[in-house]
Write a protein that binds this ligand. Structure first.
Ligand code: MET
Length: 499
C-alpha cells in the first residue's frame, strides 16, 4: 500500500481548510441571516456558537483526522466498529450537498458572463426565474435548462480535475491560488462598496443591535446552523482534510486560525453586502430592510440590480462579485467531494482516479436534477432538510457519541496537547460535553416539532409553503436516504485498507 497522501506545507493545509470553510455560506447566507436575526445583536449568539461549539468541534475533528489518519468512515470505525455508519452517514450528507452546491456555482459562472453587458436588464427577478432558470412548478422537472447545464459541466470538470491530481498537486495547489485571489477580489469589492453613497445607512442596519432578538430561541438556532455550515464541521470534511496532516503538526492553533479566518471573511462579506444594500436603498429611496433578501434572492436578484446602478465600471464589479462567489464555492465543493472520494478509496481499495470517476461521476449525474427547470425548488427543499436533519443532527450525534458514549475527550485532549502550541484545558471538554449537546439537543427537538407540526398547521403551512408531498419527497426523503445510505455502506465488507 502506498504511503498516505500528505499536505506539502502547513500553509497548504490551512489554505485548504479555510478554502473549505469560506464558501457560498459566507457571502450569500451570513449577511441576510445576521440581519434577520437581530442585526448587530446576532454577534452575541454567533460568537457564543463559534467559541463554544464551532472551534471546539473543529479542534476535535482535526484531532480525529490526525490521530486515526483516515477519512470519516474509517475514523469512526477505528474508534468503535459499531459506529462506522455514522462516518458514512456524514459522507452521504456531504454527497447530497455536493449535488446541489455546484449548481449555485454554475449560476455564478453564468452571471459572471452576464455581467459583461449587464444582460439581466431592469427586472432582475423576472430575468432569474423566467429567462435564466425558466422555473417550473414545485415537484416538476420540466426538462434541462441548457444555460445551467453548460456551466455545471464546467464546474464539475474543474473540481474533478483538481481532485484527480491528488492532495498536494491538486487540492493544495488549487487552494493556494484560489484563496489569495478570492481575498484580493473581495477586498476590492468591499472597498468600493463602503465608499458608495448610502453605505453608512446599510452598515447601520447591519450593525444596529436588536437585543430583544436574543430572547428568541430561533436566533440561537440560526447562529449554530450558520457556524456549522460555514466551518464545514459535522459533515466529514475536516476529518478527511486533517487526515493528510503530517505526524508533527499543530492542531489547536490551526483550528483557531481556520475558525477566525472564516469568521473574519464572513464579517467582511457582511460589511460589503450591507454597504451595497444601503446604496441600493438610497437609489430607490426606501429603507434598507426593504431591499434585503436571503440566499438566491440576495446574490442573483438584488446584487445584479445594485451592480447595474453602480456609478462606474458596473460590468467589472459584476464580474468580480460573481467570480468571487464561484471561487469561494469551488474550493468548498472540492473539500466536500473529497470526503467520499477518500472514503470510497479506503473502503474498496480503489485508486484515486477510480474513486473520482465513480464517486464524483455519481454526484455529477445526480446534480443534473438541479439543472432542470424545477431545479431551484428541489434545491431549496433539499438544502433546508439536509442541513437541519443532516448536518445539525450529525453534530449532535457526534458530540454525544464521543463525549458520553465512547468517552474519548480526555484521550483526544492529550493527543492534541502533545503536539500543539495552545494547550486545551477543561473548558474544551465542558463545551463539547455539556454546552453543545444541550443547545443542539434543544435545537433538534424544536426543529422536529416545528417541521412535523407544520404538516398539520393550515395557517403557516410547510417549510416555504411547499405541499406535503413535495416536502416529503424532496426534503424528508433526502435526509432519510442519507441516513439509510450510511447504514448500508457500513454493512458492506472492507476490501481496501483494514478497518
Ligand atoms: N463551508 C461551506 C460554505 O460556507 C459549506 C460547506 S462545503 C460545501 O459555503
Amino acid at each position: 500500500m502506498a504511503a498516505r497522501e500528505q499536505w506539502g506545507t502547513r500553509a497548504g493545509f490551512i489554505m485548504a481548510a479555510v478554502g473549505s470553510a469560506i464558501g457560498l455560506g459566507n457571502i450569500w447566507r451570513f449577511p441576510a441571516t445576521a440581519f434577520e436575526n437581530g442585526g448587530g445583536a446576532f454577534f452575541v449568539p454567533y460568537l457564543f456558537a463559534l467559541l463554544t461549539a464551532g472551534i471546539p468541534l473543529l479542534i476535535m475533528e482535526f484531532t480525529m483526522g490526525h490521530k486515526y489518519r483516515s477519512a470519516a468512515p474509517r475514523t469512526y470505525s477505528k474508534m468503535n466498529k459499531n459506529v462506522e455508519w455514522i462516518g458514512w452517514w456524514a459522507v452521504a450528507v456531504a454527497f447530497v450537498i455536493s449535488t446541489y452546491y455546484p449548481v449555485i456555482i454554475a449560476w455564478s459562472l453564468s452571471y459572471t458572463v452576464f455581467s459583461f453587458n449587464l444582460s439581466w436588464g431592469a427586472d432582475t427577478e423576472a430575468f432569474l426565474f423566467n429567462d435564466y432558470l425558466q422555473l417550473a412548478d414545485p415537484g416538476q422537472f420540466g426538462g434541462m435548462t441548457i444555460g445551467v447545464l453548460i456551466p455545471l459541466i464546467l464546474v464539475w470538470a474543474i473540481a474533478l480535475g483538481i481532485l484527480f491530481k491528488g492532495v498536494q498537486r491538486g487540492i493544495e495547489l488549487a487552494n493556494r491560488i484560489f484563496i489569495p485571489t478570492l481575498v484580493v477580489i473581495f477586498l476590492i469589492i468591499c472597498i468600493r462598496a463602503v465608499t458608495l453613497p448610502g453605505a453608512a445607512e446599510g452598515l447601520q442596519a447591519f450593525f444596529e443591535p436588536d437585543f430583544g432578538a436574543l430572547t428568541q430561541g430561533g436566533v440561537w438556532v440560526a447562529a449554530y446552523g450558520q457556524i456549522f455550515f460555514s466551518l464545514s464541521i459535522a459533515f466529514a470534511i475536516m476529518i478527511t482534510y486533517s487526515s493528510y496532516l503530517p505526524k508533527k503538526s499543530d492542531i489547536t492553533n490551526n483550528a483557531f486560525i481556520t475558525g477566525f479566518s472564516n469568521s473574519s471573511f464572513e464579517l467582511l462579506a457582511g460589511i460589503g453586502v450591507f454597504s451595497a444594500l444601503g446604496f441600493m436603498a438610497q437609489q430607490l429611496d426606501v429603507g434598507v430592510e426593504e431591499v434585503v433578501a436571503g440566499g438566491v434572492g440576495l446574490a442573483f436578484v438584488v446584487f445584479p440590480q445594485i451592480i447595474s446602478e453602480f456609478p462606474a465600471l458596473s460590468g467589472l464589479f459584476g464580474v468580480l462579485f460573481f467570480l468571487s462567489l464561484a471561487l469561494a464555492g469551488l474550493s468548498s465543493l472540492i473539500s466536500i467531494s473529497e470526503t467520499y472520494i477518500k472514503g470510497l478509496q479506503e473502503k474498496f481499495g480503489w485508486t484515486r482516479g477510480k474513486a473520482v470517476g465513480i464517486g464524483g461521476g455519481a454526484a455529477a449525474l445526480c446534480s443534473l436534477i438541479f439543472a432542470t427547470r424545477g431545479g431551484l425548488n428541489f434545491l431549496d427543499a433539499a438544502d433546508y432538510f439536509i442541513n437541519q436533519f443532516g448536518v445539525a443532527l450529525l453534530g449532535l450525534v457526534e458530540v454525544v457519541l464521543i463525549a458520553w458514549v465512547l468517552r474519548k475527550l480526555p484521550e483526544f485532549q492529550q493527543h492534541a496537547n502533545a503536539i500543539s502550541d495552545i494547550r486545551l484545558g477543561g473548558w474544551w471538554k465542558v463545551c463539547l460535553g455539556v454546552i453543545t449537546p444541550i443547545v443542539l439537543g434543544y435545537m433538534m427537538i424544536d426543529l422536529f416539532l416545528q417541521n412535523i407540526l407544520k404538516q398539520f398547521d393550515t395557517e403557516n403551512g410547510n417549510y416555504a409553503g411547499y405541499t406535503d408531498g413535495f416536502i416529503f419527497a424532496s426534503g424528508w426523503a433526502v435526509a432519510l436516504a442519507a441516513l439509510a445510505a450510511g447504514i448500508i455502506m457500513s454493512l458492506i465488507r472492507w476490501k481496501g485498507l483494514s478497518k
